[in-house]
Design a protein around this ligand. Structure first.
Ligand SMILES: Nc1ncnc2c1ncn2[C@@H]1O[C@H](COP(=O)(O)OP(=O)(O)OP(=O)(O)O)[C@@H](O)[C@H]1O
Ligand SMILES: [Mg+2]
Length: 383
């Protein structure tokens, strides 16, 4: 590579940590250095299964965040998967090419696509560089471009991490604020429950006991005491119910797996198939256990409320190699459009909960094709 070019790039090496600003800057530097016409910067998503456009030379940066390809799909997806840089002299003749009208591929015939890799051959993203006409020495451009792409990989990955941390922090703040609001509401609800439920039951019991003190007959006294006793029994179950709404005590009594089994068994319509690991030797924090329990509880409540399903299942297994607990809750019911959910707090709450324990959650659903919720929670081992 020509020294002056390399120096120019290193001098201009961006120190910005804003991911979008950085990606646009990288795109500009690349077209300047290689006499190209446009450059697109794709980042490998957290799920490792998609790449998303995060920056481009003008006017295309407006499409950032809106273009997403599966790894393996399109030329960039192929490069992300194979880690092989590619010269595409005629993209129209290449079956991997996906035409995207908004990126106006018809104006640029020649393309070089290179993976951005950090040491250890870890792909961070893909750089796509387009020329209107075939540049001379495309082979040596490819080598130089790969070098530059790898130089940028570290910066881009760092900026993506900073962004992820910032996002997590703001989610935490929102969650904390929501939790305070929710706690306030919960307190009011409990006060009302105690007043209307327990309070009334005890008042009535007192009334019957008063009457039993001055009975017209022994039999009348027995009737009053029996009535009072029934009310006290109801009061006890009311207390239990209020407590169980506050905290899944079942986790302490039975442990996570038996607690989940019991939760599923309590549902009759539809019945829930349960498949749990035979040996459960994963170590989960208490927060992670509560998260798994609450998410399953909400997913099952949604199945009962919204799905009309005839079949539902909870399946949990441990991936020992990656130390991930997988939980899948599925149903064969009505399904819904995942991108168009704005009412309700259930699914939003699930997403906030997983974020707090460094887990992940995917919701797959389509009208008339049922719903599947896939929760992945990291664990360590009891050794
Ligand atoms: N298993 C499911 N089958 C069909 N539709 C579902 C399912 N789960 C969720 N939905 C749809 O997604 C929407 C959002 O669910 P979410 O749990 O966020 O809210 P909600 O259940 O409506 O209200 P909340 O959970 O706050 O009481 C539901 O209103 C429903 O339309
Ligand atoms: Mg719900």
């Amino acid at each position: 590579m020509k020294d002056h070019l390399l120096r120019q790039i290193i001098d201009a090496m961006p120190h910005v940590t804003d991911l979008e600003e950085l990606a646009d800057h990288v795109a500009e530097l690349v077209i300047g250095a290689f006499g190209a016409d446009v450059c697109f910067v794709y980042l490998l998503d957290e799920d490792q299964r998609h790449i998303s456009l995060i920056g481009a030379t003008p006017p295309y940066s407006i499409h950032r965040g809106k273009i997403r390809l599966a790894v393996g799909d399109g030329i960039s997806g192929w490069v992300a998967q194979s880690k092989i840089p590619l010269i595409v002299p005629d993209k129209w003749a290449d079956s991997r090419y996906r035409y995207m009208p908004e990126l106006e591929g018809e104006n640029f015939n020649f393309l070089i696509s290179v993976p951005m890799m950090r040491p250890g051959e870890v792909v961070v993203g893909v750089l796509n560089v387009h020329w209107r006409e075939l540049p001379s020495e495309s082979e040596s451009i490819l080598v130089d471009l790969q070098y530059v792409a790898n130089l940028f990989a570290g910066n881009v990955e760092m900026a993506a991490l900073v962004e992820k941390l910032a996002r997590r922090e703001s989610q935490l703040e929102k969650f904390a604020a929501d939790t305070i609001d929710a706690a306030e509401l919960e307190r009011k609800r409990i006060a009302r429950d105690i007043h209307d439920g327990l309070g009334q039951l005890l008042h009535s019991a007192l009334y019957h006991l008063d009457a039993a003190m001055y009975p017209e007959s022994m039999n009348a006294s027995r009737i009053e005491i029996t009535a009072a006793k029934d009310l006290v029994v109801s009061a006890i179950s009311e207390v239990k119910e209020t407590i169980s709404r506050l905290r899944p005590g079942i986790l302490d009594d039975l442990g996570l797996m038996a607690g989940l089994a019991s939760l599923c068994n309590s549902i009759k319509n539809p019945e829930v198939d349960v498949e749990l690991p035979e040996v459960f030797d994963a170590i989960l924090s208490s927060a992670a256990e509560i998260t798994i329990y609450r998410i399953t509880q909400e997913a099952l409540a949604n199945i009962i409320k919204h799905s009309g399903a005839t079949w539902a299942s909870l399946k949990i297994w441990l991936d020992y190699e990656l130390r991930i607990l997988h939980a899948i809750i599925s149903d064969d019911g009505a399904g819904f459009d995942v991108d168009d959910v704005n009412n309700g707090h259930g699914i939003q709450g699930m997403r906030e909960r997983v974020e707090l324990i460094g887990a992940s959650l995917e919701v797959f659903s389509r009208a008339n094709h049922g719903t599947k919720i896939h929760l992945k929670v990291p664990f360590s081992l009891n050794q």
